[in-house]
Design a protein around this ligand. Structure first.
Ligand code: SAM
Length: 281
């Protein structure tokens, strides 16, 4: 290996659509290592051919990662460098590799990132939503009740939220967001990034849902959903929520909000609306 004489594990990002997004360093590393661990060796075979990489591949996916990690560790210990790639983008980001990286590091072997494409970063950087602080949530649960609960848990999160989503569930997820986050939260749909039909649209979530519903084309392809963070709660809201949360453990919404309103000197309607929201969480 010219980059480093000591064997190490390279975590190599590959394109998420546009093949020109592969870095020169990534190609060189893939050509030089002894073996490439790939999620789907057939899928990656095509990609590697495009860059004249003839290094042998070995599969490493969700179902064999534990066992393959041991095999790769022993090759690394014998002095062979290994590269890990996934089907697209950066390995370990909603993709396999975590077990391999942690095992290899436990054995004192160096892990070297070769950065490149990543759908969440590409989407965030072009969404127009705040990018100074964000929370990547990966895929939401596919089942309705679990998905809604996951969204409820995030309803007061002030950072920009980022989700990967299947096009099959896009409309259902946007509908859940309207219900749980309200109609007006700005949401960005980043579809088919770096590909011919790339679309990056940011609108209030209810308007985005209408647009997607009326344009079937938007319900196809790979997508990232980004959600503007919740507005900061003022100090009063925090105190009202604290008292309401305590009262709601014993009382109905109606009784808890009436008691909170008289204790804190706020309007009954305000306390009632806030109690309802808390109970829905
Ligand atoms: N490791 C990848 C990365 O670095 O972004 C993500 C792998 S995850 C299994 C696949 C999901 O990433 C897709 O379902 C989609 O949500 C998102 N994704 C991948 N490529 C994309 C693209 N070109 N445009 C939009 N979203 C994409």
């Amino acid at each position: 290996m010219s980059e480093n004489q000591v064997a190490c594990l390279y975590i190599v990002a590959t394109p998420i659509g546009n093949l020109s997004d592969m870095s020169i360093r990534a190609i060189e590393i893939l050509q030089q290592v002894a073996v490439i661990a790939a999620e789907d060796t057939r899928h990656s075979g095509y990609l590697l051919q495009q860059y004249s990489v003839s290094t042998p591949t070995i599969s490493l996916h969700e179902h064999n990662e534990q066992q393959r990690s041991e095999v790769l560790l022993s090759r690394l210990q014998q002095g062979e460098s290994v590269a890990l790639i996934s089907d697209a983008g950066t390995p370990l980001i909603s993709d396999p590799g975590y077990r391999l990286v942690s095992l290899v590091k436990q054995h004192g072997i160096r892990v070297v990132p070769i950065p490149g494409s990543c759908a969440l970063i590409a989407a965030l950087s072009s969404s127009g939503l705040p990018s100074d602080s964000f929370a990547f949530e990966g895929f939401l649960p596919p089942k309705l009740v679990a998905r809604q609960q996951a969204l409820k848990n995030l309803a007061n999160e002030g950072r920009t939220l980022i989700f990967y989503e299947s096009p099959k569930r896009l409309r259902a997820t946007l509908a859940d967001m309207v219900e749980i986050f309200g109609q007006d939260r700005q949401v960005c749909l980043a579809r088919e990034l770096t590909k011919i039909h790339e679309t990056i649209v940011t609108k209030p979530v209810a308007a985005l849902l209408d647009w997607v519903t009326n344009d079937h084309f938007q319900q196809k392809g790979e997508c990232v959903i980004l959600v503007e963070g919740a507005p900061p709660q003022d100090k009063d809201d925090i105190e009202i929520n604290r008292i309401l949360s305590l009262l709601l453990t014993e009382l109905s919404v109606k009784k808890a909000s009436a008691m909170a309103a008289s204790l804190l000197g706020v309007s009954k309607n305000r306390a009632y609306d806030m109690a309802l929201k808390l109970q829905q969480k």
